[in-house]
Design a protein around this ligand. Structure first.
Ligand SMILES: Nc1ncnc2c1ncn2[C@@H]1O[C@H](COP(=O)(O)OP(=O)(O)OP(=O)(O)O)[C@@H](O)[C@H]1O
Ligand SMILES: [Mg+2]
Length: 593
């Protein structure tokens, strides 16, 4: 499904659309300044012929005056051109950044299993920066010189058609290499940026996991790997630079060669009197302008090609299709949402493991307000079922429904607004306690946040933090203990006050005493709320309405604790291991006395 580069770049052009007015101003300024520069040469011609050759002071004065006026206008035009072209560059880059971020933040989570976060980050930051600098300066240079080249050639013709034919023969000789090497540079530039993205991804992961890296003395290895990435990036950059150097050298040589031929032919004409000195001066001036323009274009064209490569990568991100989207006419849950959650004949395989179902033929109904515990061995598919309820993935077979409405018929945003989850690894975000608890309800008042923290038994430790609720938690909440993070995550869910509650080992990181307290708070929260609770410690799920046992993706039994002890061998085994052990330990202790 790879789109061709030109199609991708065509899409990029849509980012210019809203700025027609600014483009017009920039274009006028461009044409204006180019025209003035070319016009200026006409004054040079008069200055040489009238002033120097004929010795007329009056004509010389007039010509100089005109020259000064044109130069002043030129200054104004240059300001407008530079300002507006740079403005466009910055504006478009900002829009692209925003569009790419807004797009990827909505993408289905499965997308990020294949695409590394570091790589995506690098695209949004380094690629856009490249585009920014290129559009801001190189594009302006390229456009200006393109105009100078075309305009200069026209004036050459007007000044002396015979000499111009010499120029015409040289042009294809110069344009050829520009196009050939330019394309090569673009391809190389893409892989160069790709390599830089790899480097970025590597740094990101190892720094985030710095303690594990150092605990396992992995620095030397990481260092080596990182060096390899950097060296590859360097090699790619080198071949790009080589191409560019070739391009510049060839073009400059050809241009100066052509100039030499022209001055030689023109000089003969001045000597034998068929051309004035002013004419030749003007002609050479135009030729120099054209030559300089071609040279400048050949230099920036590789910059432009680099930007095109970066643009391609960004457009690819923008084109990534979201697999989890709202239907065209999403159904509404309205105010009378009850919270009936039904899972019917659900089968789901993760995209990376299409042959091993993580959930297989699971059917489960949770009545409004009912609390159900999900138990089962590690890897049974419990967390996966939560992901399905939140519609992070769509099932291959079967369905999930809320109040009888298939969740695929709802806007995911609406669906998720009724659910709060405390996930297995509680996630904190850079920011303070307020921001982290308010995550699901940014408009909540300070009192509400405090009440939620109180209910989650988080306030006791928050009050002891150096700045209380204003304490900054560090990246991913690195300044908190596991159990503290968990309590903040619970406070966040309490504050959101949803109809459906998903708790994935919400109390696993707490000590026995806090766990008992938080458990009480959670039970209060679960009352009259549709709740699904995952817990490895069966003692924490004794008070739920029903227990469902998952094993290897299948729902093998459900019922009360007592029922399951009788009917489900797996459950009985789990229970005997957990409830027998303390007694076994006690006996062991007794006998050792
Ligand atoms: N993103 C993923 N891609 C592929 N397979 C996955 C992915 N996430 C989980 N799995 C697999 O799906 C199965 C179910 O995983 P899941 O996380 O639902 O287990 P769980 O019951 O929550 O286990 P635990 O009690 O250890 O948390 C496992 O075999 C796991 O390896
Ligand atoms: Mg899990």
């Amino acid at each position: 499904m790879q789109k061709s580069s030109s199609a991708l770049l065509g899409n990029a052009a849509t980012f210019l659309k809203p700025y027609k007015k600014q483009i017009l101003i920039a274009a006028v300024a461009l044409v204006f300044t180019a025209g003035l520069t070319l016009g200026l040469v006409q004054y040079v011609r008069v200055i040489v012929d009238k002033g120097f050759v004929e010795g007329s002071t009056e004509s010389l004065n007039m010509a100089i005056l005109g020259f000064l006026v044109v130069a002043a206008l030129q200054a104004i035009g240059t300001f407008a051109r530079f300002y507006w072209v740079s403005w466009l560059g910055e504006r478009v880059t900002a829009d692209i950044r925003k569009a790419v971020y807004a797009h990827i933040i909505e993408l289905h989570p499965g997308y990020f299993e294949d695409n590394l976060s570091g790589e995506i980050q690098s695209r949004i930051t380094t690629d856009t920066t490249l585009i920014q600098s290129v559009i801001g300066s190189s594009a302006s240079i390229a456009l200006r010189n393109l105009l100078m080249m075309v305009g200069g050639t026209v004036f050459l013709f007007v000044t002396n058609p015979k000499l111009t034919s010499v120029v015409m023969i040289c042009i294809p000789l110069v344009i050829g290499p520009i196009l050939y090497f330019g394309r090569k540079v673009r391809r190389l530039s893409r892989s160069s940026q790709d390599e830089i993205a790899n480097v970025g991804a590597y740094v990101g992961e190892s720094i985030q996991q710095i303690k594990t890296v150092q605990a396992y003395n992995h620095q030397r290895y990481d260092d080596q790997q990182f060096s390899n990435h950097v060296e590859t990036a360097f090699k790619v950059a080198l071949s790009r630079i080589k191409m560019r150097s070739f391009l510049i050298t060839i073009v400059t040589t050809l241009v100066f060669g052509a100039l030499a031929i022209m001055i030689w032919v023109g000089g003969q004409d001045v000597i034998n009197g068929s051309m004035s000195a002013g004419e030749l001066t003007a002609f050479v001036a135009y030729a120099v302008i054209v030559a300089a323009a071609v040279g400048a274009i050949s230099q920036v064209i590789s910059e432009l090609q680099r930007a095109a490569g970066a643009m391609e990568r960004l457009m690819e991100l923008l084109e990534a299709t979201n697999e989890i989207t709202a239907p065209e006419k999403p159904r509404q849950l309205d105010g009378k949402f009850e919270g009936l959650l039904q899972v019917s004949a659900l089968k789901f395989c993760y995209p990376s493991r299409p042959d091993t179902p993580a959930l297989d033929n699971v059917t489960l109904t949770i009545k409004p307000g009912e609390s159900v515990a999900l138990v089962g061995p590690s890897g049974a598919g419990k967390s996966t079922l939560f992901d399905m309820v939140l519609r992070f993935y769509d099932p291959q077979v079967g369905s999930l429904s809320l109040d009888g409405i298939d969740i695929r018929e709802l806007d995911p945003q609406e669906l998720r607004s009724h659910i709060a989850i405390v996930s297995q690894q509680p996630t904190m975000f850079t920011g303070n306690v307020w921001e982290n608890i308010r995550y699901g309800r940014p408009e909540a008042s300070d009192e509400e946040v405090r009440a939620a923290a109180e209910a989650a038994y988080a306030s006791e430790f928050i009050d002891k933090l150096p700045q209380g609720y204003d304490s900054y938690l560090g990246e991913s909440g690195i300044r908190l203990s596991g159990g503290q993070k968990q309590r903040i995550a619970i406070a966040r869910a309490i504050l959101k006050d949803p109809e459906i509650l998903l708790l994935d080992e919400a109390t696993s990181a707490l000590d026995a005493e806090s766990e008992r307290k938080v458990q009480l708070a959670l039970e209060k929260l679960m009352a009259n709320r549709t709740s699904l609770v995952i817990a490895h410690r069966l003692a924490t799920v004794m008070n739920v309405d029903r227990i469902a046992v998952l094993d290897a993706g299948q729902l093998i039994a459900q019922g009360s604790h007592q029922q399951l002890l009788q009917e489900c061998a797996l459950y009985a085994k789990l229970a005997s291991l957990q409830f027998a052990e303390p007694r076994a330990a006690e006996t062991a202790l007794e006998s050792s006395k």
